[in-house]
Each structure stands twice: as C-alpha cells, then as structure tokens.
Design a protein around this ligand. Sequence first.
Ligand code: ZN
Length: 262
Amino acid sequence: MPPSNQLAAPPEASPVLTAWEIPGLVHGFCGRIGGVSTGAFATFNLAEWVGDEADAVAENWRRWNARYPHLRVARLAQVHGKTVHPIDLAHDSKRREGDGMVTASAGIALGIFTADCVPILMVDAERRVAGALHAGWRGALAGIAGEGVRAMTGLGARTAAIRAALGPSIGSCCFEVDAALAADFATRVPGASTHTRAGKPGKAYLDLRAIIRDQLAREGLEFASIASLGPCTRCANDAYFSRRGNGGATSGLQMSFIGFAR
Ligand SMILES: [Zn+2]
C-alpha cells in the first residue's frame, strides 16, 4: 500500500521562474502547469477574460494567493500599445487599457499576461520601484520598453540601476513573420536587422527578446543587467501557453508578476 500521505499530496505546484534574490521583492514568471483549467486553458490560466470557466480560474487564483499572500495584483486590458500606468494602493480591480505598469507602493503586484509575447519585469532594488511590461512585436515597434523605463524613473528609479528580466516568449526558432514586418523593424528599430534571419520566400524570423534587450540597453540599462529567462513558449508548449502553439486560437495566458511585499 502506498503511504497515505501520497493520497493527500498537494497538487503539483506551478513552477515559477525568478531572476533575482532581492529582500522584499516578490516576482516571477508563471507557466501553465499546476492549475485546474482544461482544454486550451490547461491548466494554470489566471485570465478570466479569455473564455475559461470561472470556477477553474478562481481555483487557480486561490492557489496563487496561497503562495503569495498579502499581495493585490493589478492587471490591465492589454492592447499591444505603449501606455504605461503608475499604480499605487488606490488602484481598484478595474483593468485599465495599457501594456505596462510601474509602482513604488508595497503590497501591490503588477501582473502581465502573455502567450508568446515577451513579459518584461524590471526593478530598481534600492529605490524600490518595480515595473512590468507586455511586449509583442507591436509593442516593441511602438517603443514600450523605453516608455516603461521612463515611467520607472518618473517614480524615482535611476536608469543605470534598473535590472530587467525578459520571460518565456516565442523564440527566433518559431517567430516567423512577413519579410515586410522584418524590414519595418530594421528601419525603425536600430540594430533589429542583426536579430533577423531570412525564412521562406517573403518570410523572416525575428529574435524579439534580443531586439527588446537592445532597446532597453539603448535606454541606458546596463546590458549585463538584462536577463532572459525560460524557453520559447511554442517549443515548450507543454509548460507554457503559446498562441502560435495553439494554432493561433485563443488559449490560456500565463502571468508574470512583480511587486514589493508589505
Ligand atoms: Zn521555438
């Protein structure tokens, strides 16, 4: 007979990638493992606006809250733009339109939702300013990285002290785009052409994380302070939601979060 504690074993915890050990800082990149949602939302979907069952999302949130107590999560209606909102304790649960948040308030976590786009977490550990951004190709072209850095300095962060982490997102192995879009990047984003390779006729592959890393460095971050964590979401579709891995159809979304505990 198996030991009885195996029967009572807790569900497989969601693995969370972290970039730093900073006292008081709570952050991480969640994947899709460790929840109860099913189908395209299996299993750890924390987005209740994508068509998942409300009870399943609520149970997933219960698990997240049990692991990260005393943190309210601020979230956005993400639109692939470059608007970055300062968030403080007065923030209500309404999801405002935008693709980035920054905060200097303890007790709030900034939550960004993705399924191939690049989640970016940032922190000035000494000034205790945190930021979270959603950067797909539209956001990268629009300049969300620079907007995020400036919003952080607006709250007292110093650019050269900001550390950034780019999380699991579609890799250059899988991010095939029209050659015209790659040409647009090459024209509008300095250095982007060095992170592009030719694909089939009329197509090209972009290394979105490398392009964004360059954008952050150009804003004044130390190159060595910009980390890249986790695999390509499409290649690792068993561990991460991937829109392209789901044939372009709506899937669950993984949450990346950062904030200071009270
Ligand atoms: Zn891939």
